[in-house]
Design a binder for this molecule. Structure first.
Ligand code: LHQ
Length: 254
């Protein structure tokens, strides 16, 4: 249900149940978590692309897999939440290449990535309300932080589809990409991130996440701590060296 392909210093993780619009069954949950763990542990991998096979990114939970004997809370705790948590913790940039519809928990998954490159054919749909459910898998955490409280509530309650162009305007999309340039632009973006100072990116992800829960004093201390670590990295030394020698830096992610 998941394809895992290493290309240079990037890995492409593809949700691969196209006939079911890459909706999540149990196998896909466990294979996606495993793939993310593998990408996290592989030192050669410095950027992660997450995309969908076929015409959808993901339609969220496979609704044919659940019934009233399913405890939805436990399903989230056991299967979705560890994935969302892992994406936040992973010390490498995660790029959602949103190739088509991202609905329900599929929308949440895209929100949990660090960047969203969005096909002009793609759309986002907070589908939960249409089946009498509430947004989950981090949707109520990330969405208001990206689009503001009022817009988030609107999208959650009304459940209207957000097209690629509107996603761009709302700040949900890092970039909207045309069909013809899809693969090449995603690759170029992933390669660019993979050639950057990986440790600094990891520290930025961590600091930004923590900043929501801390007063200024705490944030300043977190920044100081992160900068101590960044200051010890090989990539920092290389960056300064390259600047002084007036050449382009060659970052290694160390
Ligand atoms: C599907 C699905 C799907 C199964 C399309 N399941 N087959 C957490 C905790 C516990 C429980 C509940 O869930 C959650 C998290 C969640 O994600 S809840 C929200 C679940 N997702 C949805 O409610 C979205 C349902 N899907 C749709 O609204 C539409 O399919 C969208 C808008 C995504 C796409 O519409 P279309 O492009 O018109 O495609 P389609 O509806 O014709 O779907 C194509 C096929 O995929 C179709 O099967 P078929 O055999 O008729 O070709 C659908 O039944 C199947 N499919 N989503 N979530």
């Amino acid at each position: 249900t998941i394809l895992y392909e290493v290309r240079g210093s990037t890995v492409w993780i593809t949700l691969n149940r196209p006939e079911k619009l890459n909706s999540f069954n149990e196998a896909m949950h466990s294979e996606l978590l495993k793939a993310l763990q593998e990408a996290e542990n592989d030192k050669a991998v410095r950027a992660i692309v997450l995309t969908g096979a076929g015409r959808a990114f993901s339609a969220g939970q496979d609704l044919s897999e659940v019934d009233n004997s399913t405890d939805y809370g436990d399903l989230l705790r056991n299967r979705y939440n560890p994935i969302i948590q892992k994406m936040a913790e992973i010390g490498k940039p995660v790029i959602a290449a949103v190739n088509g519809t991202a609905a329900g928990a599929g929308f949440s998954l895209a929100l949990a990535a660090d960047f969203r490159l969005v096909s002009e054919k793609a759309s986002f749909l907070n589908a939960f309300i249409h089946i009498g459910l509430v947004p989950d898998s981090g949707n109520t955490y990330y969405l208001p932080r990206m689009v503001g409280h009022a817009k988030a509530l609107e999208l959650m309650v009304l459940g209207d589809k957000v097209g690629a162009e509107e996603a761009g305007r709302l700040g949900l999309a890092t970039k909207v990409i045309s069909e013809e340039n899809w693969k090449s632009e995603i690759s170029a973006f992933a390669d660019r991130l993979a050639s950057m100072p990986t440790k600094a990116i990891a520290l930025i992800k961590e600091a930004l996440m923590k900043s929501w829960d801390l007063p200024l004093e705490g944030v300043l201390e977190k920044e100081a701590h992160a900068q101590s670590l960044a200051g010890l990295s090989g990539d920092h030394r290389e960056g300064v060296q390259a600047f002084l020698e007036k050449r382009k830096p060659l970052f290694k992610g160390d």
